[in-house]
Design a protein around this ligand. Sequence first.
Ligand SMILES: *[C@@H]1O[C@H](CO)[C@@H](O)[C@H](O)[C@H]1NC(C)=O
Ligand SMILES: *[C@@H]1O[C@H](CO)[C@@H](O)[C@H](O)[C@H]1NC(C)=O
Ligand SMILES: *[C@@H]1O[C@H](CO)[C@@H](O)[C@H](O)[C@H]1NC(C)=O
Ligand SMILES: *[C@@H]1O[C@H](CO)[C@@H](O)[C@H](O)[C@H]1NC(C)=O
Ligand SMILES: *[C@@H]1O[C@H](CO)[C@@H](O)[C@H](O)[C@H]1NC(C)=O
Ligand SMILES: [Fe+2]
Length: 670
Amino acid sequence: MFNYKIEVATGSFLGAATLDCVSIVLIGSHGESTKHGLNHWGKDFVPGTVDKYELSSKENLGEILAIRLYKEPYLYFPEDVWFCNYVAVTSPNGQVYQFPYYRWLSGYEPVEIPEGKGAILVGDIHPIIKAQRRRELEMKRNTHQWKTYVNGVPRCIAIDSVNDLPCNDQFSFMKKNSFSYNAFSAGLDVKVKGLANCMSSWKDLNDIKRVLNIQRTPNSDLVSQRWKEDTFFGYQYLNGINPVMIHKCFQIPDNFPVDNDLVAASLGTGKSLHEELKNGNIYLADYSILHGLPTNMVNGEKQYISAPLCLLWKTPQDNIVPIAIQINQIPGEENPIFVPNDPEWDWTLAKIWVRNAEFNVLELVTHLLHTHLFAEVFNIATSRHLPMGHPIYKLIVPHLRYTLEINILARTQLVGPGGNFDQNSSIGNGGIPVLLARAMERMTYSSMCLPDDIQARGVESLPNYFYRDDGMKIWKAMESYVSEIVHYYYTSDEFVFKDPELQAWVAEIFKEGFQSNKSIGIPSSFATRVELIKYLTMVIFTCSAEHAAANSGQFDFFSWMPNAPGSMRQPPPTSKGTTTYQSILDTLPAVNGTAAVVATVSLLSAEPLDRRPLGYYPNEYFTEDIPKKFITEFQGRLKDISRSIKERNRTKNLTYHYLDPEMIENSVSI
Ligand SMILES: *[C@@H]1O[C@H](CO)[C@@H](O)[C@H](O)[C@H]1NC(C)=O
Ligand SMILES: *[C@@H]1O[C@H](CO)[C@@H](O)[C@H](O)[C@H]1NC(C)=O
Ligand SMILES: *[C@@H]1O[C@H](CO)[C@@H](O)[C@H](O)[C@H]1NC(C)=O
Ligand SMILES: *[C@@H]1O[C@H](CO)[C@@H](O)[C@H](O)[C@H]1NC(C)=O
Ligand SMILES: *[C@@H]1O[C@H](CO)[C@@H](O)[C@H](O)[C@H]1NC(C)=O
Ligand SMILES: [Fe+2]
């Protein structure tokens, strides 16, 4: 007889245990064991426990290649899902085989789990493993299908309700209970009782603070104090929540006729506009993407959107300040160019129009499209093309957690018809598809890769650009980690080229995510490890750091509504000298529209329960020592980055901590 020792680890959270009957078959290179029931006297599969069993076989099974788990009904009890962390098998000669799973088993279909060493389908692969991988992917392609969300935009999961999601894609119980757009808005509504029906203008901006008696943060307080300062307005281009908009200006655009006379007072006596352009001190934020978008009705009133151009100057004191704003794209008498010397309310309102454009571009382009929707594409393609035995699956799966569920919620409750954005922001469900499709026409691979993006925007040498500095450190740490993993499993470029699963994965992302548009410059196949490393770094960075940069500061920067109005109730001014404090109040969202947006940004920046910070991988998908060591080194590098950010944080009143690795979530999950 040959005795095999078996260990079975159950997930450590509520609901992980099962009452169903579990049995196992060992699949060896010399044959399969008989089906062996896993039950002791007493309780098996209690959350957080490791159960031990023995299995004897008449034959020596050889190398254990995979296991098959059966979960079957127990008496008349209803089906009971089980979360299996891993199974470990020790053979009679002492060899240990690991079978990492970290997934729910639901239903009564048997599940096959391959041995944990990462393997690619190149060269000598056992037919048993090939067959296991084929079956696994066939099943996942059934449960994970594509549908069109909006024409011209990345496709999405063909599931409309979170209840229909496969259970491995659903939030944990803990997360479900802590997160609900509706419950949260309702909670806030209590605090603003009596205001939900108040569609009048604010009487005084200071009332916002008194009435919206919400939890504040040090940064949100500073924003409410400093929102009118030009230096703070400029600071947000570098270290606010849409830090990807500013680029160096070499030439004043034809549709933005700023001349030296207009900005001379701002630039002081020292330099002319022409000289400052040559010196590289002039920057531009151009919101042309918003030009002519269809607008929404809120409270039965037409809302307005503009597409501003904002010229910025790097001062000798290393501040970034706005020096000219044109609220719409087409120049003319009725579209004046505002400057800081104009009357206070003229200039303030011009900046408010830019901030409204920032709100729209941040939420829908930078946040929704560039992080949420692409993360979903990576997620679906991974389910369909990378089996759990694939090393790249092991590498990226922690960065795909909960993305499908959060995106279904966003589509149904936030940006879809009848959602919060639809009802309460100036873009609404009519303008969102148009904006997303336009953003896709402007998409480039380099905008998804931080080092290339920094170069393309010409912002390498801007001082105090913490998003760039922190982001580059994280990008480099990730790239080293990815490079180590890739070189460990792909010992030559030929392995990359010949890996059929990997090539199918990237090809499908190209087709479903990027509509096979070659001008975007994103790979549709990989020829070398260098290409693969860059691409995987982009995937992990997009799902973690880039999302955190666009997401986590929403409350800090947007809860003070005048700094980021979600909607504008009056058209832009057509001449100078007509704006008053009252006309600004009548342009900004009404009392009840403010409440709705504040509720949303509060929820989206709330610290979610069940977090997994960047580089924290409690599920050990990799079982070999060397990849595990790479993970430990990656964590060490992230710790150093975190330390340096905390150090800097201590010297600032307004802090940039959104890219502190401890604050970044591994995946797009909120
Ligand atoms: C604001 O109040 C008005 C008047 O009661 C109501 O009709 C409208 O639906 C509310 N608007 C929002 C955005 O809640
Ligand atoms: C729009 O805002 C109002 C006012 O706070 C809120 O009651 C309503 O639920 C919001 N609409 C949606 C769909 O969230
Ligand atoms: C493809 O991308 C280019 C540039 O990124 C863009 O100009 C073009 O409109 C896109 N084509 C389609 C069909 O979207
Ligand atoms: C940054 O510093 C502030 C106080 O200066 C502190 O409250 C906050 O927790 C710090 N955040 C991080 C991420 O270090
Ligand atoms: C922070 O705020 C304090 C008090 O308002 C001020 O004295 C100090 O100069 C500020 N520090 C920085 C670095 O801005
Ligand atoms: Fe988000």
